[in-house]
Design a protein around this ligand. Structure first.
Ligand SMILES: [Zn+2]
Length: 296
């Protein structure tokens, strides 16, 4: 089905260069947008400076280009969008959907990561406090269900799975959940294709979209690439950067990993040829099959 209203995006954080796992995500999101005749955007999620280094931004963009993953429109940077996040937060404040929380880290740890609502009715000043979104405490109304195009139906009861969650941290930084929802709306994103570690974030983001009066999006989460020790590839465990001088074989390997069954005959072909084969032969269904195999 062709739909020119499709807008997809890839949203890396500059905590390191792209590794094979993040290349798989970028490629999947790119191809899904292109086979739908859609727009594909890049957004740099640089809102957590302690965990990032701006030098990686240039590297990541260069890695994308050298792998033929050319984006549409200008790259946007979350570090430049603080005013917009604050406006969205103010809107929620006017509607009394958020509250300030001054619980200590130790106290939060004791409650096992699910917030117990302690500060909800306390009148704490918003400055220098964490800001949380109220989640309905009624079991029936806190249920958020998404239909993921790869993983299928996925449901959370927010009250028991996350509790009231953080939109702005005590140190003044906006949370990933909040900034990405505001930006997806701002960029007109319709389809999210990203790593499977973010599947558990999707219900919170859907709930946030509802609170902010935004449209819900279409989701596809990609199974995680793991190393031989069964760990997720990440910048934290020093996974190797995807080498730009191996772009062609990286793409072939990524397609093979995605169960797209690229033929040996295109191994080593120019990047544009690999991508054009991939566009003509792209089947999300093959990733679903891989997920089933992994689960059995
Ligand atoms: Zn609290």
């Amino acid at each position: 089905m062709l739909s020119s209203s499709y807008v997809g995006r890839f949203a890396p954080s500059p905590s390191g260069p792209l590794h094979f796992g993040s290349l798989v995500c970028a490629l999947t999101s790119f191809l899904d947008a292109r086979v739908h005749n859609g727009t594909w955007l890049v957004r740099i999620e640089d809102i957590d400076p302690p965990r990032e280094d701006p030098k990686h931004i240039k590297t990541i963009l260069n890695q994308l280009e050298r792998h033929g993953l050319h984006w549409d429109k200008n790259v946007i940077y979350q570090s430049e969008r603080q005013t917009q996040y604050q406006l969205a937060l103010d809107g929620l404040s006017t509607r009394k959907l958020i509250f300030a929380c001054e619980c200590s880290r130790a106290r939060l740890r004791q409650s096992g990561g699910v917030y117990d609502g302690r500060c909800r009715e306390r009148q704490i000043s918003f400055s220098d406090s964490a800001i949380r979104l109220k989640v309905p405490q009624t079991y029936l109304y806190d249920r958020v269900k998404i239909f993921d195009r790869i993983f299928g139906e996925y449901c959370q009861h927010l009250a028991s799975d996350t509790g009231d969650f953080v939109l702005k941290r005590r140190d003044g930084l906006f949370s990933y959940q909040f900034a990405s929802v505001v930006d997806d709306q701002f960029q007109g994103v319709t389809h999210i294709v990203r790593g499977g570690d973010l599947l558990e974030s999707a219900p919170r983001q859907v709930y946030l979209q509802n609170c902010l009066g935004y449209k819900n999006l279409d989701y596809a989460h990609i199974p995680l690439v793991k190393n031989k020790h069964g760990q997720k590839l990440s910048k934290q465990n020093q996974s190797k950067p995807a080498q730009v001088n191996r772009a062609s074989s990286n793409l072939w390997a990524a397609l093979a990993w995605l169960n797209q069954k690229p033929p040996q005959s295109i191994y080593g072909a120019p990047v544009t040829d690999i991508l054009s084969w991939a566009k003509s032969n792209w089947r999300l269904q093959h990733i679903r099959e891989k997920v089933k195999q992994m689960g059995s």
